[in-house]
Ligand binder design. Structure first.
Ligand code: PMP
Length: 439
């Protein structure tokens, strides 16, 4: 190699990017999520990571699965390794209907479009409905990957408050009334009704009909994102919004949390009228979802006790939830509040006034614990007093140790605040914390 070979491009040096003037306007809002930026540090073995939402797959029957894969390729390889329809393979779509029936949904397999994870569903739905400047209503806080899709299509997000029973209907009504008053075009309500990411709360069943009714009244579609619905710690399930208003709800499902996230198999169940456009959008994105992966999921569902497997996952996550909640009670300083999830992966923590969770993060990582700071879950910069703790992946012992470390960091942060005032004064003024918080 010569001395003067071209310099290697350096990641992150945007000023040196020769393509800067070429990017589409829609890329302006695209920034690496705080969570992604964190993964590299948080994955060092000495750090207890309560940051990422990686499912704990240790309980999967790997030997059985590898036999399935070998059988599928041996018996049906020329189909499994070939293009398929953009719709997804028929047998899997039928099985998906059976799964959704567990939450009260009655659907026809033709109305399902299999996707590359529900993330692709989010992208497609936003692509279909949002022009630049349109408004999406979302819970505050909301799923970071969904916010990324909304930003990518230049939609504006208006957050609506939650409490321990999920989205607050009155706040939704108020937000829609305000948007209407200001002539904003609201395209849909994006909601994660069950075991919310990141808030850890569930929309009360009594609220569901009212929320659907409000959306009907304002002529707003509902996008129901439900990857955690079958992960209730007591095996409990809740009626899907889709089951209550099939013509006005687009439902997003996924096998990522109930089976294997790496297979990237999810689905969209759209109102019949939307289905055709959705298939066209899927075609232009990927031509078709991966046939082999769909066949793996399908065989797993038809030959394995998948409901028993989900029960194992539930027990696994419940044990971790118990560990984190008891550690929080034991270690957290006064003034901190947090949610009490009864399913899913996440606890949402609110810290005392003056502490900035984003500014605190490097100090936490130095103390060998990582979390996701709250601002990443808002489109408007809110959330500096909040953070998300994921208890799904580490062992209960590591979770307890992580919470102990975090509490120590918080204590010293609060000392600093008492001595010097706010660690970083907040740029965003607004209503008191909209997070669902309980002591
Ligand atoms: N929606 C929510 C609320 C999620 O938490 C996630 C994954 N973290 C997704 C969608 C995307 O899941 P998938 O793996 O199916 O793309």
């Amino acid at each position: 190699m010569t001395e003067n070979h071209p310099a290697k491009p350096q990641a992150g040096h945007h000023n040196l990017d020769p393509h800067l003037d070429r990017y589409a306007a829609r890329t302006a809002g695209m920034t690496a999520s705080e969570i992604r930026a964190l993964f590299a540090v948080a994955s060092r073995p000495e750090v207890v990571s309560l940051a990422g939402g990686m499912p704990n797959l240790a309980a999967l029957p790997l030997a059985t699965l590898s036999t399935h894969v070998a059988e599928i390729i041996a018996e049906d390889g020329l189909v499994a390794l070939q293009y398929g329809s953009a719709h997804g393979i028929p047998v899997l779509r039928e099985q998906i209907c059976e799964i959704m029936a567990l939450e009260g949904i009655s659907a026809h397999p033709d109305d399902i479009v299999v996707t590359v994870g529900s993330q692709m569903g989010l992208d497609m739905v936003t692509r279909l409905f949002c022009d630049p400047g349109d408004v999406v209503i979302a819970e505050g806080p909301s799923y970071v990957g969904a916010l990324g899709s909304f930003t990518a299509y230049q939609a504006n997000v208006i957050h609506v408050t939650m409490d321990n029973d999920g989205l607050v209907p009155e706040a939704l009504r108020e937000a829609l009334a305000q948007a209407k008053k200001h002539g904003q075009r609201v395209k849909f309500l994006y909601t994660i009704p069950n075991f919310h990411n990141p808030a850890g709360v569930t929309m009360a069943v009594e609220r569901r009909a009212e929320i659907l009714e409000i959306c009907r009244q304002y002529n707003v579609l509902v996008v129901e994102d439900n990857p955690y619905g079958l992960l209730g710690f007591d095996g409990q399930t809740y009626p899907a919004l889709r089951s209550m208003d099939p013509d006005n709800v687009v439902y997003l499902g996924s096998f990522s949390k109930t089976f294997a996230s790496g297979l990237r198999v999810g689905w969209v169940l759209a109102p019949h009228a939307v289905r055709e456009k959705l298939v066209l959008a899927a075609e232009s994105a990927t031509l078709c979802p991966p046939t082999l992966n769909q066949m793996i999921v399908s065989r797993y569902l038809s030959t394995h006790d998948w409901q028993g497997q989900i029960k194992t996952f539930q027990e696994n996550y419940r044990e971790r939830r118990d560990a984190i909640l008891s550690a929080l009670v034991q270690h957290m300083p006064a003034g901190c509040t947090w949610t009490h999830p009864d399913g899913g992966f996440y606890v949402w923590l609110t810290v005392p006034e003056g502490v900035d969770t984003k500014a605190m993060l490097p100090r936490a990582v130095t103390a060998r614990v990582a979390y996701a700071s709250g601002t990443g879950f808002y489109a408007d910069g809110f959330g500096s007093r909040q953070l998300r703790l994921s208890y799904c992946y580490p062992t209960p012992e590591r979770i307890r140790e992580g919470v102990r470390r975090l509490a120590a960091v918080l204590e010293s942060e609060m000392d600093l605040v008492r001595t010097f005032g706010n660690v970083k004064s907040r740029a965003i003024s607004g209503p008191e914390s909209p997070s669902p918080d309980t002591a």
